[in-house]
Ligand binder design. Structure first.
Ligand code: F3S
Length: 64
């Protein structure tokens, strides 16, 4: 699974990083999120989907 954050959509709500801190890191400057890894291992896929569902901006993209 591929994972990334759409920088145009992210507004820094932080829910992704609270749900899955191992998958997202927040910028200390603007609080916007980036994925810590581009390819998600199988054991973290469910968590990645859950985190994507928490984002009010639908900024998180997961692709199988
Ligand atoms: Fe951004 Fe959504 Fe996370 S707005 S900080 S990707 S919850």
């Amino acid at each position: 699974m591929k994972l990334f954050v759409d920088a145009e959509k992210c507004q820094g709500h932080t829910l992704c990083a609270m749900t899955a801190p191992q998958l997202f890191e927040l910028s200390p400057i603007d609080g916007h999120s980036t994925a810590t890894m581009e390819t998600v291992p199988a054991e973290l896929e469910a968590l990645a989907r859950e985190a994507a569902g928490t984002c009010p901006e639908q900024a998180i993209v997961v692709e199988d």
